[in-house]
Design a protein around this ligand. Structure first.
Ligand SMILES: [Zn+2]
Length: 267
């Protein structure tokens, strides 16, 4: 079984007619367990509808730092979706793509609202840290978040190593095929904390020249295998057993069905 621990399946709507159907067909045909992150409330609603259609797609709720400014003064509107979501993402900080520093307090306010809920409800978070790695790490410590999946980490190695030391999980995506820095990170992630991702459909666009399709995860696995000097099969096994470990004792993920059913079939 293949695992895409950070994707945005709802955003295939924006790719064009038939794109979502094609993506879901690929996910089903190749057995790709896909964690579908949300950008905001409408995005979560769409992900929920897609999750109803395909049990390999796990919809999760978050407000992306790019959209945080819209929600900073309406936090109470987020509570119901947070409560319902088995994992929280995509959440975090972005001081790289958002250059207007006047938005940073709003980003922090929304992120901290999610962190407080994650701690209180014992949920895993799916985390964006672009250009704000140190600030994100500091907040993980302050809110005492034990289980964070850090998505597409590309920041400084010293902060990366601190995240490793505090037990964070990491997803590695398509950039591993193109960047030595990402290859170094892919090599250093402890085996038991390694996950694979695509950030589809928009995330890999800059590298592959168009929207990513779910099977891009195979290329990612190949890139990780090369960086870690191992086989694709070994990476697949490692990531699968990590996901099993992560979900097994998690009451929020226990009845999400798709992943555990698939792993029990020995797929
Ligand atoms: Zn993302």
């Amino acid at each position: 079984m293949l695992i895409d621990a950070h994707s945005h399946v709802d955003r295939y709507d924006l790719v064009g007619e038939g794109a979502l159907e094609a993506a879901l067909a690929e996910i089903t045909q190749h057995g790709i367990f896909t964690i579908s992150n949300s950008m905001d409330l409408p995005s979560y609603k769409r992900n929920l509808a897609i999750g109803e259609r395909c049990d390999l797609v796990l919809p999760i709720f978050g407000v992306h730092p790019w959209n945080a400014a819209q929600y900073a003064d309406r936090l109470e509107e987020l509570s119901e979706a947070i409560e319902q979501s088995p994992m929280l993402g995509e959440i975090g900080l972005d001081y790289y793509f958002i250059e207007d520093a006047s938005e940073y307090p709003a980003q922090k306010k929304v992120f901290e609202f999610f962190l407080a809920a994650a701690r209180e409800q014992g949920k895993i978070i799916n985390l964006h840290t672009k250009g704000a790695e140190e600030a994100a790490l500091e907040l993980l410590d302050r809110y005492d978040i034990p289980r964070a999946i850090v998505h597409w980490y590309s920041g400084p190695l010293d902060v990366f190593r601190e995240l490793v030391a505090r037990g964070a999980y990491f997803t590695v995506g398509a950039e591993v095929l193109y960047s030595e820095h990402i290859q170094t990170i892919a090599r250093e992630i402890p085996s038991e904390h390694l996950f694979t991702e695509t950030d589809n459909p928009g995330g890999p666009k800059g590298f592959i020249g168009g929207p990513g399709m779910p099977l891009l995860i195979r290329d990612v696995i190949k890139g990780i295998a090369e960086a870690r000097k191992t086989t694709m099969e070994a990476v697949i096994q490692t990531v699968q057993s990590n996901m099993l470990q992560l979900t097994r004792d998690d009451p929020w993920l226990a009845d999400t069905g798709g992943f555990l059913a698939l792993s029990e079939r020995g797929n």
